[in-house]
Ligand binder design. Structure first.
Ligand SMILES: [Ca+2]
Ligand SMILES: [Ca+2]
Ligand SMILES: [Ca+2]
Length: 131
């Protein structure tokens, strides 16, 4: 269970940065579906802002191994160096929860193509360019 949460956090962070486009399309879709299911806590097939926030917090805490409420490049790993810059609002080289959440909410609104305040798996996959 814990592993799923970590995977979801990492996958959603990757999705948020667009790095997921580098992986094979089917792999990307499977990872996106797994992340979606992990984030959809009440299993209604929709992700709302509360579920997004909960998933983001869990993913953030899982990655923040030194617990300083900031994600440094060492915690994110070498492959994620380029992922930090676009999310790093104040340019201090690390990501605060606020920076990550702001980015996630922007992504959420962009992906919510019918603007009903929830995301379906179709909206997420379309947004990720999988379909
Ligand atoms: Ca839900
Ligand atoms: Ca940290
Ligand atoms: Ca929607």
């Amino acid at each position: 269970m814990k592993q799923t949460v970590i995977l979801a956090g990492l996958t959603l962070l990757l999705t948020a940065t667009g790095l997921s486009h580098a992986t094979a399309q089917s792999e990307n879709e499977l990872a996106t579906r797994a992340a979606f299911e992990a984030a959809d806590q009440n299993g209604d097939g929709l992700i709302d802002e509360a579920e997004l926030a909960h998933d983001t917090i869990e993913g953030f805490v899982a990655i923040d191994s030194d617990g300083n409420r900031s994600l440094e490049s060492g915690e994110l790993g070498a492959d994620f160096q380029d992922a930090i810059a676009p999310m790093d609002g104040d340019g201090n080289g690390s990501l605060s929860f606020e920076e990550v959440m702001k980015r996630k909410l922007n992504q959420f609104k962009q992906a919510d193509s019918n603007a009903d305040g929830t995301l379906t798996i179709e909206e997420v996959l379309t947004h990720d360019g999988v379909q």
